[in-house]
Design a protein around this ligand. Structure first.
Ligand SMILES: *Cc1c(COP(=O)(O)O)cnc(C)c1O
Length: 371
């Protein structure tokens, strides 16, 4: 197989999604499966559907179109506020979009009318993380305007936390969301189908002791794909943390000094820290670099350390392990490394499907390090 490549095990993704769907169902919360980090991969989308998500969400209309064209029929939500210039594409392919600007919703209304469709809108509310969202005081008036627009349905409200600023979803901001849903319904005399309580960062809150109030939907990407929660990047109990691995190939393997020699100026990516003198080490170079992934987000196998990376090279201290030219090394990835690898044209994407019925422990025991 060619390298570098991402190996995506859709069976493990399905397992993770099913566990979260089940746990959240017990709290009356549905899961929108988020496909953006997979670029709308149809096989991952189908795995999420098998796991029982209530719909799919993506931030890019291109990815939603890809899933549509692959014949996937489930409600699709565009999670990023639509660009004015994409109003027609959004209405043609997404059933729902998240919105904060009346100008955009008006354009969606016109486009929906032209296509003879109804487009549903979730109004996003700012609760402190300072990414997208209407200020809470503007919600009622904006919703009132939305209700006047032809071919637009007000589907509900939502919020996004723990993203730009790392604001933690807690009883205070989440009960504010519920209170806003109640007051909107009272004031406008209309029911809301969705109160979307955030991304993977809301899992701890939703599965904890809190009263989840009106929240009936979470949008989950990272927690399903990586098996970890994003607030403290802790593994989630019972989930696979190796659904996706990056495999890269050794192109040089030599014993070299740990410190450079000669006069030092800037390196290719600015100032390089001068390494400590550890004597000679087994330095291994892999054919993968910053053009392919975020080297800081790679977790190497035990006994191997990432020393540095350039555009095209990843330099390892392979410890006691001799990795011959042609050998492959397998890494776990964090979210940053994952999205960079997914979007690099140099990285092959290979989707496999391990049997979802393999018990969790047994699947873990089969885990490999280098190889
Ligand atoms: C990306 C995104 C999500 C999914 O976030 P994860 O942390 O990957 O679960 C949810 N909502 C919005 C608006 C997003 O942009």
């Amino acid at each position: 197989m060619s390298a570098p490549r991402l190996e995506i095990d859709s069976g493990k993704v399905e397992h993770n999604a099913r566990v979260l769907v089940t746990r959240l169902a017990a709290r009356g919360i549905r899961v929108t499966g988020v496909t953006k980090a997979m670029l709308g991969s149809p096989s991952v989308a189908r795995a999420l559907q098998r796991a029982g998500v209530s719909g799919l969400g993506d931030s890019r209309i291109e990815n939603i179109e890809r899933m549509h064209q692959a014949g996937i029929t489930t409600p699709m939500t565009l999670l990023r506020s639509p660009m004015l210039s994409q109003a027609q594409r959004v209405v043609a392919h997404a059933d729902v979009s998240f919105n904060t600007e009346l100008d955009v919703i008006s354009a969606l209304s016109l486009a929906a009318k032209a296509l003879g469709r109804t487009h549903s809108v979730v109004l996003m509310v700012e609760l402190g993380d300072l990414r997208e969202g209407l200020m809470p005081r503007d919600l009622v008036n904006t919703a009132r305007e939305v209700l006047r627009l032809p071919n637009i349905r007000l589907e509900g409200i939502g919020t996004n936390l723990a993203c730009r600023s790392g604001v933690v979803p807690d009883d205070r901001n989440m009960s504010e969301l519920s209170a806003l849903a109640d007051s909107l319904e009272r004031t406008l005399g209309t029911g809301l189908n969705v109160v979307s309580g955030g991304n993977s960062g809301s899992l701890d809150w939703a599965l904890g002791d809190a009263d989840t109030g009106r929240t009936d939907d979470l949008r989950l990407g990272e927690s399903i794909l990586l098996g970890c929660e994003p607030l403290h990047r802790q593994p989630i109990d019972g989930l696979h943390d190796d659904c996706i691995t990056l495999v890269a190939e050794v192109i040089e393997s030599k014993v070299k000094p740990s410190r450079p020699w000669g006069e030092l100026a800037q390196a290719a990516f600015g100032d390089a820290p001068t390494p400590a003198d550890r004597g000679d080490l087994l330095q291994t170079i892999l054919a993968v670099g910053r053009q392919d992934t975020d080297p800081h987000g790679l977790r190497p196998p035990p006994g191997i350390e990432v020393l540095a990376a350039s555009s095209d090279h990843l330099i390892l201290d392979s410890g006691g392990t001799h990795l011959p030219v042609g050998a492959e090394v397998r890494f776990r990835l964090d979210y940053s490394a994952l999205v960079r690898a997914m979007t690099s044209p140099f990285v092959d994407k290979v989707t496999t499907c391990s049997d979802d019925h393999v018990p969790f422990r047994a699947a873990r025991a089969g885990e490999r390090g280098v190889g």
